[in-house]
Design a protein around this ligand. Structure first.
Ligand SMILES: [Zn+2]
Length: 572
């Protein structure tokens, strides 16, 4: 039995995520966690909400709520939706937790002690009316290049020119509109990533099994242009982790907080500590996942994320850990994803284009989405959601192939032999051929799941479902029963056992349907079918079963057209 630590990139607190966000980290991480648990490994699966920074402050202000209250509410909303999608986190934490405050301050203190923090004085725009420094993108004004009057302090959207806030003509606060702005001097902490460049490069070079998508992005940031840059890790904001050197004050940094990108990945560790707290466990229970001096040297740590998050996870967060010179667990494998596009364009949170997680669950159960998203995961290139493809995939794979097999077998058995596994007959060459085929496909499926090849795993799983259907089609117990009921009984005995096997192996993809199949088969035996031949004898003759409810319904053309229209833009 292995110990596997799995983290999914943590979603930002501000608003509900769309399906592209879901398939880019949380859902494939869940697939992997479920599979590893099913194989008997010890798994710690961690996610959280990323709660600090200006966007959270502004969203709270817009909602007319204190930012801590807003974040608590949005965390509960995101937690509910995650539960709805059956995301099996061991803990869904919060980056605003006291655990993360302490740990973030601890890392900053250790980095400072080891000489990896530099204090830098810079000039920044201060808004007197808002009583705060303004990040570049919260300053608006007229573009000196094209005259566009809503240019932002970092870039003009109209002519794409990169700007400094001081370039803008008639600058004003994007928060209040106030023009009472002045440039003030402020001090910030920088993480000296350049001093850790050699450590980082050696570490990345040692990861020969990482996907090309991951290493190429990391290498680009290490080497392109002037190479890896030092990075500001503090901000002049109110909402965040107050800057401290460990548990001591940091002179000159009063009233400042750590930048959200510094504290967010540390939350992976802190959330595991939150898990221990929530379950009344000792520090040793979470430290054995994270401290290589306290039991984590045999842990395999896998991270899941969209490609835009790769630089922070291959460079910034490892720099934090390495620079602490403390024995924290570094990631062993990074599984990164491209983007999912939506029906000929992009998902857009601001325009409400595409399907958001709450909307998805309001029209169909989680398994329908899980199956489509995972079987079309944007692994080697971007992929695209279309309603036609979604309808075809659900109707064919889930309803026609899997659902139909379960319904046909159980109903046929009930009518001919009663609601127990029938006795009589023996397996012949046709059954032997099926068993051989299933064994080969199952081995391939397991290999894909181990390797986190999500789409290929889905193809193998579908192949296993199809093989069962083709067997039944060819064996035709509904015909055989008229002339040789014993032989038909043997076929159905095999098929009922196959339903249990399908429940076990399909569970990582479609957990609710798997639970209904298993309940229908009247067993709680979730043991993995290492050996198909013996797995097909787990339900003995005389074992009682029941006919499950319809597992998957078909999506009609009318529904498809209606949904296509409904999600084409502007979320209500
Ligand atoms: Zn411009």
């Amino acid at each position: 039995m292995a110990r596997i630590l799995i983290t999914s990139a943590i979603p930002y607190i501000n608003g509900i995520k769309h399906l592209g966000n879901l398939v880019g980290s949380q859902l494939p991480a869940d697939l992997f966690a479920r599979y590893m648990r099913a194989r008997g490994h010890e798994v710690m699966f961690i996610c959280a909400t990323d709660e600090h920074g200006t966007p959270a402050e502004l969203a709270a202000a817009k909602a007319g709520k204190p930012v801590d209250e807003f974040c608590a509410e949005m965390h509960a909303v995101q937690k509910d939706i995650a539960d709805g999608f059956r995301l099996s986190f061991d803990h869904f934490g919060r980056s605003s937790s006291p655990r993360n405050h302490r740990l973030t301050q601890h890392f900053a203190g250790a980095l400072a002690e080891n000489g990896f923090i530099e204090e830098v004085s810079e000039k920044q725009v201060f808004s007197i009316a808002d009583n705060r420094f303004l990040p570049d993108r919260y300053i608006e004004g007229t573009c000196p290049n094209c005259g566009y009057d809503k240019a932002r302090g970092d870039q003009c959207e109209n002519c794409t020119k990169q700007l400094d806030p001081t370039d803008l003509i008639n600058p004003r606060s994007a928060i209040s509109g106030s023009t009472e702005l002045e440039v003030r001097e402020t001090k910030h902490l920088y993480l000296k990533q350049r001093s850790l460049r050699a450590d980082l490069e050696a570490w990345i070079d040692s990861k020969t099994d990482w996907p090309v998508l991951t290493t190429s992005i990391a290498k680009k940031w290490l080497n392109d242009g002037d190479g890896l840059q030092d990075r500001g890790i503090t901000r002049d904001l109110h909402w965040g982790v107050p800057v401290k050197k460990g548990d001591q004050p940091w002179p000159g940094m009063e009233g400042k907080v750590f930048y959200v990108w510094f504290d967010a990945p540390i939350e992976y560790i802190a959330a595991t500590a939150e898990w221990a707290d929530a379950h009344g466990k000792a520090d040793a229970d979470w430290e054995r996942w994270w401290r290589t001096d306290k039991g984590a040297e045999d842990v395999r740590y896998v991270q899941f994320m969209g490609k835009d998050n790769v630089p922070f996870h291959t460079l910034s967060f490892p720099a934090t850990i390495m620079g602490s010179r403390e024995p924290w667990k570094l990631v062993d494998y990074i599984k990164s994803f491209n983007y999912l596009n939506y029906d000929g364009g992009q998902f857009s949170t601001s325009q409400g284009r595409g399907v958001f997680m709450d909307q998805a669950l309001s029209i169909l159960p989680a398994d329908y989405w899980r199956w489509w998203l995972l079987s079309h995961a944007p692994e080697n290139s971007d992929s695209e959601f279309t309603w036609e493809n979604f309808q075809t995939s659900v109707n064919k794979d889930l309803a026609d192939v899997l659902g139909n097999l379960v319904s046909r077998v159980t109903k046929f058995c009930r009518s001919k032999f009663g609601e127990t596994v029938p006795a009589g007959g023996e397996f012949g060459p046709r059954e032997a051929a099926l068993i051989a085929e299933l064994q080969g496909r199952l081995d391939a499926y397991s290999a894909c799941m181990e390797a986190m090849e999500v789409r290929k795993a889905a193809i193998e799983l579908r192949g296993i479902w199809v093989a069962g259907n083709e067997y039944l089609q060819a064996a035709a117990p509904w015909t055989v029963v008229k002339t040789d009921p014993e032989q038909a009984a043997a076929m159905i005995r095999l098929a009922l056992n196959l339903i249990r096997v399908y429940a076990v192996i399909s569970q990582p993809f479609i957990p609710d349907a798997a639970a209904s199949m298993m309940a229908g088969m009247g067993t709680e035996d979730w043991s993995w079918p290492e050996d198909i031949a013996s797995a097909l004898q787990v339900l003995p003759v005389g074992h009682a079963f029941s006919v499950p409810e319809v597992l998957f319904r078909k999506i009609t053309d009318e529904e498809r057209a209606e949904w296509q229209q409904r999600f084409s833009g502007v979320r209500a």
